[in-house]
Design a binder for this molecule. Sequence first.
Ligand code: SF4
Length: 422
Amino acid sequence: MDTNNAHMTVSIDSLGCKLNQAEAESLTYDFVRAGCRVVLRGMPADICVLNSCTVTHVADRKARQWLRRMRRLNPESLMVITGCYAERSAQEISGMDGNVLVIGNSGKLELVETLIDRGLLKVQPAPVLAVGRNCNRTRSFIRIQEGCANWCAYCVVPAVRKNPYSREPGEVVAEIRQRYADGFKEVVLTGTEIGTYSSGGCNLEGLIARILNETGIERIRLTSLQPHEITPGLLEMWSDGRLCPHFHLSLQSGSDSVLRRMGRNYTTARYSQTLEEIYRRIPDVAITTDVIVGFPGETADEFGQTLDLCRQAGFARIHVFPYSARPLTAAAGMSGQVDAKIKKEREAAMLSLAREQAQAYLAEFEGRTMPVLWAACSGGVWSGLTHNYIRVYARGNPELGNRITPVCITGLWRDGVWGELP
Ligand code: SF4
C-alpha cells in the first residue's frame, strides 16, 4: 500500500440497516476530504472498508465472506471492518486475516483520523468533487440518532450500540444543506430508533420543522418509527409535500402475547389505531413493516393473529424475518424455540401475503401520474422512486438521472410498476 499516493483509493461497503448506510456515507465524505478517491464496490482499492451488521447470523456470515472476497481481490490492501459485528466479534475477525483493522462502533466515525494517526493514510489536497454526483446516488442517508436502550428480547443492537445519542439539530441541518448543495434531492433521516430523537429540548417534530424551514431539500423520508411515537402533531407536518408519505412501522407480531414476550412497547390495538390515523390523514401513504415469524413460543394461533392483522393492515411492503437466536439477547435462552420446519412454513405463508399486499398496493396507482426521482439506468430503462416508495421503470432520455419528473403509471412490472413519460 502506497501512503504517498495523492489519490489513495478506498472502497466502502455497508451491510444491514440504513443507519449503517448513513455512516458509510459520512465515511465517504471523510475519505474524500482527506484526498482519497472512493471507488465503486468490487474495484481494487488500497483501503477496503466494511461497515458490518450483526442483527442475524446471516449478517455475520456476509461480513466474513466480504473479508475473504476482498482479500482475494486486493492481496496487499488494508482491510478495515467496523460496525456492529466488529463491536461484538473483534477477535474472530482478527483471527481470519493478518492485515485487518477492527474498529468497534465507538471509534467508527473517527476512522479517517485513526488511519492518519497510525500513518496508514496521508492527507492530500482533496479533489474538488461533489460527493453526491461522484457516488452516482440520488438519496442521502442522514444519521440523526444512534443507539437503543429498549432491549427487545430478540435484538442484539442495544449490546453493540450502547448509550443512545442524538445529534445536535443545527449539525443535522448544516449537513442536509451541504448534501442539497452537492446535488442530492432526497434525504432519509436515519438512526437506530429515530422516534427517540432528543437533543437540547428538540424532539423529532422540532428537528423536522427546522429541516423544513432551514433547508431547500426537496424530499425528506423517515426510517422506522414505533406507534406511540406517531403523534397528531407529527402527522400534521405531512401537510408539507416535501415529507414523503411513507412510514415504516415495525409490527414484529400481530399477537399481544408475543409482543409482550418480545418486550415491545405497544399492543396490537395501539398499532392498528396508529395505522388508521395515518391512513385517514395522509393520502397515498405507503406503510411498510417488519414481521418476525417463529419467535420462541409462537403458537399456530399467535401466528394466525399476525396473518390476520397484516391482512387487514394493507401494507405496501412486509419484510419477513424468520426468528434467529442472537447471542446476548433474552430470547436466545427462552424455552419453546420453534422448529426450523415450522418457521419455514410460516415464513412462506407470510411472504405469500406480502406479495399479495404489495401487488394490491401498486395496482391502486395504475393510471395515475406521479413524480419520480430517477436514480439509475440499465439497458435504456430508468428506475426511480415515487415519494410513496413505489419503484417505477420507464424508457426515457439519458438526462433523467437525479431529476424529479412526472410519469404515468401503466401497469405492474418487476418489483414495481411501469410508467410512460409524457
Ligand atoms: S427498539 Fe428493539 S428492535 Fe429496535 S433497536 Fe431497540 S432493541 Fe432493537
